[in-house]
Design a protein around this ligand. Structure first.
Ligand SMILES: Cc1cc2nc3c(=O)[nH]c(=O)nc-3n(C[C@H](O)[C@H](O)[C@H](O)COP(=O)(O)O)c2cc1C
Length: 241
């Protein structure tokens, strides 16, 4: 994966776009290229990315949408979150606005694939963040138990999530990081949709975790947990070497 660590501290959901200065065709092409070049979390899950040529009727902002379709396989939501967060971080770096958008589903279909999620994109009228102080997030103690490198903890804490739900919970002990997803928080996300969006969120969180581990010089291997019931649900385990 490209080193996108620095962008973690500056990215932002952009919701105000400049209708008078749309992205050029060259910029739009580069967005699609970034998506196609993003690294998968799970080998063997194919994605198709579609860039619409204008804003979709049910999307409230942006000039265009980057739609993510996936093979309907185990952990495909985690994989989509992991891949599109690389795009989100790179767009912030390039000064192109983006915002995850779960509120609407496109009518567009791709044969053999299921629709997962989209990023609204366009020319931003907002500024990106200057530092971690500008993020509205839970205190680190609420999401991470155990000692670990404070920069890695911070990078995970700043991950974006649907309705800012921040459903990731992390435990670290000697040489091991365990990542869980909880549904034990209040939200306006309908109960039946929580696991769907929060699993995408966890893919985003794994992207931030891996970028930070790599930047801080940790060598690691990871294993995804098998899907299970209960709360919290174990998502992955990272072993440090
Ligand atoms: C899976 C997912 C779906 C989202 N859906 C929407 C959406 O439909 N509309 C919206 O305005 N923001 C949406 N967001 C953006 C979140 O509200 C935002 O990431 C969160 O509040 C944190 O703010 P930040 O991204 O500026 O750091 C979504 C984010 C994620 C990760």
């Amino acid at each position: 994966m490209k080193d996108l660590y620095d962008s973690i501290f500056h990215r932002k959901s952009i919701r105000k776009y400049d209708p008078d200065h749309p992205l050029s065709q060259e910029e739009l092409d580069s967005v699609l290229e970034l998506a196609n070049d993003s690294q998968s979390l799970i080998k063997g899950i194919e994605n198709t990315f579609v860039l619409t040529d204008k804003r979709l009727p049910n999307v409230r902002f942006g000039q265009a949408s980057l739609l993510c379709f996936s093979q309907d396989r185990e952990n495909c939501l985690l994989n989509a979150g992991y891949r599109l967060e690389q795009v989100d971080l790179q767009l912030a770096q390039m000064g192109i606005g983006s915002c995850w958008y779960g509120l609407s589903r496109p009518t567009r279909k791709v044969a053999g694939m299921v629709y997962v999620i989209q990023l609204a994109i366009g020319r931003s009228l907002e500024n990106w963040r200057k530092s971690a102080d500008e993020f509205n997030r839970k205190p680190i103690e609420e999401i991470w138990s155990g000692d670990f490198d404070s920069d890695v903890k911070q990078a995970v804490r700043l991950s974006p999530s649907a309705c800012n739900s921040q459903s990731w919970r992390i435990e670290s002990s000697e040489g091991c990081i365990r990542i869980y997803r909880t549904a034990a928080y209040k939200t306006i996300i309908p109960t039946g949709m929580k696991a769907y969006f929060n699993t995408i969120d966890l893919g985003i969180c794994l992207c931030h975790l891996e970028l930070a581990l790599a930047r801080k010089g940790f060598r690691f291997s990871s294993e995804l947990a098998s899907p299970c019931e209960g709360d919290p649900v174990k998502i992955a385990e990272y072993l440090l070497h």
